[in-house]
Design a binder for this molecule. Structure first.
Ligand SMILES: C[S@@+](CC[C@H](N)C(=O)[O-])C[C@H]1O[C@@H](n2cnc3c(N)ncnc32)[C@H](O)[C@@H]1O
Length: 377
């Protein structure tokens, strides 16, 4: 276990980005029969229309939306639709399918959608919900960091839009057995992909003090990271941590509660990010987008905490500058990564009405960029 954790931490945490490659892991068995490189999902702009909205049946859409909202209320739904501006028969990648709320909005106007999620439970739910769109929708289990390999394997050549709605769904938080919530007793798991290598319990019970402190500090921005790490390492010798509420109460015993925020919030965020290697997966997915997005196609990203947003913001800033300059250079140079035009300078946040109806939307921030002319492989 020690060896596994050392490998996991050194390869996954706080290391520079590598492109997804031969080791990319995904499950094409989840790709529905009949949706594999079928012409209507090839993503060719000129191809003839095939299906579109199934029947224009509003009441069926409303019914499906209610069922879906039970799973997860999509955040900034109208804004995502507005900025992706889906067109009939164009092809979109919903890289965080979840309950399929955003995808449904795209499918409704006759667009085609490939939905990706690393959580098989999300895929089953979204497939059932979006069953009426089976000619224009396909769902695949996989990590979005590998989306380029996945699209290549199924014969896709380009995309008209990409959506990343980061983090976890309400269903994942609310299901105590997944171990994401510090309010409900459950196994200290936190894996979005149940086959992933390492659980939160394994990190908490096996990492050394410095590694744990690093995780809490970098991924939770927790100022008391060393105090918490030291406390955990001492306590686990007598009784390892297996249960979410056990860990939450232990952290609360070390860090007094200030205001309404539970003292374990940052520790849980940090562990979740580490277990799912979320920041690195985001960096790798963003780096792959320019290769797939057709000119005029848009990248829409919703982030839920400052670490994610910082990555998105700095990536988009870097790739929207036509020229680069450094004091040591005699003159500015052309930016080889000038892929995007920013559609908005600042991120967009949900309206007070949306936050009232869905408090989980409160920390959301949406950013949009449009692919400039240039070769798409
Ligand atoms: C906020 S939810 C998306 C909700 C969705 N937009 C909807 O309308 O229901 C995020 C989803 O992305 C998935 N996810 C997060 N990181 C992922 C990754 N690296 N690769 C694939 N799926 C990921 C989670 O499992 C979760 O189902």
């Amino acid at each position: 276990m020690k060896k596994l954790l050392t490998r996991f931490l050194s390869s996954n945490i706080l290391n520079p980005v590598e492109m997804a490659g031969a080791n990319a892991r995904y499950h094409l068995s989840q790709w529905p029969v009949g949706c594999a490189p079928k012409p209507n999902l090839s993503g060719n702009r000129n191809e003839a229309s095939s299906s579109g909205s199934p029947s224009g049946d509003e009441s069926r859409f409303k019914r499906s939306r209610q069922v879906g909202n039970d799973y997860h209320l999509p955040v900034l739904l109208e804004e995502v639709t507005h900025y992706l501006a889906p067109q009939r028969d164009n092809l979109y990648l919903d890289a965080t399918l979840g309950g399929g709320g955003h995808s449904e909005q795209l499918l409704r106007v006759g667009a085609k959608v490939i939905g990706l999620d690393q959580d098989p439970a999300a895929l089953s739910f979204a497939r059932a919900r979006l069953g009426d769109y089976r000619d224009s929708f396909g769902a695949i289990q996989g990590n979005f960091r590998d989306f380029g390999d996945i699209l290549e394997t199924i014969g896709i050549r380009g995309l008209d839009g990409v959506l990343l709605d980061l983090g976890i769904s309400s269903r994942q938080v609310d299901d105590a057995d997944r171990g994401f919530s510090f309010n409900k007793p459950g196994p200290l798991d936190m894996r979005m992909d149940p086959d992933a290598e390492v659980t939160a319990a394994e990190l908490v019970n096996s990492c050394d003090e410095a590694e744990l402190a690093r995780v809490f500090y970098h991924y939770g921005e927790e100022r008391a990271s060393y105090k918490i790490a030291r406390g955990i390492v001492e306590r686990r010798q007598a009784k390892p941590f297996q249960c979410t509420t056990d860990l939450a109460q232990f952290v609360e015993s070390l860090i007094p509660r200030r205001g309404r925020i539970h003292p374990a919030t940052r520790v849980f965020q940090a562990l979740r990010i580490a277990v799912n290697n979320e920041l690195r997966a985001l960096e790798e997915a963003l780096a792959e987008v320019p290769r797939w997005l057709r000119p005029g196609g848009r990248l829409v990203v919703i982030s839920f905490h400052s670490l994610e947003d910082r990555i998105v913001k700095s990536y988009l800033k870097r790739c929207s500058q036509s020229q680069l300059d450094r004091p040591e250079w005699p003159a500015p140079k052309e930016n080889p990564e000038h892929f995007f035009k920013l559609v908005m300078q600042k991120g967009l946040t949900p309206s007070p009405e949306e936050i009232k109806g869905n408090p989980r939307a409160r920390s959301a921030r949406l950013r949009v960029a449009e692919r400039l002319e240039g070769a798409v492989s």
